[in-house]
Ligand binder design. Structure first.
Ligand SMILES: CC(C)(COP(=O)(O)OP(=O)(O)OC[C@H]1O[C@@H](n2cnc3c(N)ncnc32)[C@H](O)[C@@H]1OP(=O)(O)O)[C@@H](O)C(=O)NCCC(=O)NCCS
Length: 150
């Protein structure tokens, strides 16, 4: 499937329908409603990046910095056919470069081993468990990365 470079670009409202498909492919019953996705693609101060391969969207990441100078990843997903090609890691690194906070956090289902492995590979470790954080009652792991900002 991948026979071109991974290009990371800013995402925008014109990506809404593809990103709705991506949400469904990645999160099924947890997928954001269209209105929430539209908000993420338009509201100020949100970092929203897409990974493009051969002119097609392969993945997406969004998040922002809170008022305590912590960057939060609110969503990251890669279409199944583009997984294990470095797209998720490229998106997370690009988000880290854009958010420029000394700390970055995210929440992940405790059963989501692929994502947890990727976060650990990129320097994240779990700091807290949020009980029954997800709609079906599964716990969420809060993971964070600390880095020096120069
Ligand atoms: C998690 C996700 C974003 C990873 O994206 P990806 O593009 O496949 O990840 P990468 O190819 O960049 O992988 C980077 C590293 O993460 C780890 N990793 C990724 N997927 C893995 C898997 N299925 N099993 C084990 N390790 C995995 C590996 O260490 C991998 O490096 P390697 O391929 O050199 O071994 C993707 O699986 C996804 O979209 N999942 C569904 C949505 C989701 O769960 N999002 C996270 C919500 S918190």
């Amino acid at each position: 499937m991948q026979n071109g470079p991974i290009i990371i670009e800013k995402a925008g409202f014109s990506d809404l329908l593809v990103l709705q498909k991506l949400e469904k492919a990645c999160f099924d019953k947890d997928a954001w409603p269209l209105l929430d996705l539209a908000g993420v693609l338009t509201l100020p101060r949100i970092i929203r990046l897409k990974a493009v391969i051969n002119y097609k969207i392969a993945g997406f990441i969004a998040g922002d910095a809170d008022n305590q100078n912590i960057g939060w990843v609110s969503t990251i997903g890669v279409f199944p056919e583009y997984r294990r090609m470095g797209v998720g890691a490229a998106l997370l690194k690009a988000f880290e470069a854009d958010v420029s906070t000394p700390e970055i956090r995210l929440t992940v289902r405790q059963s989501n081993q692929p994502a947890i492995k990727m976060y650990e590979e990129l320097g994240y470790s779990s700091i807290e468990t949020w009980e029954a954080y997800y709609k079906d009652g599964e716990d969420g792991l809060v993971m964070r990365k600390l880095r020096a900002i120069t």
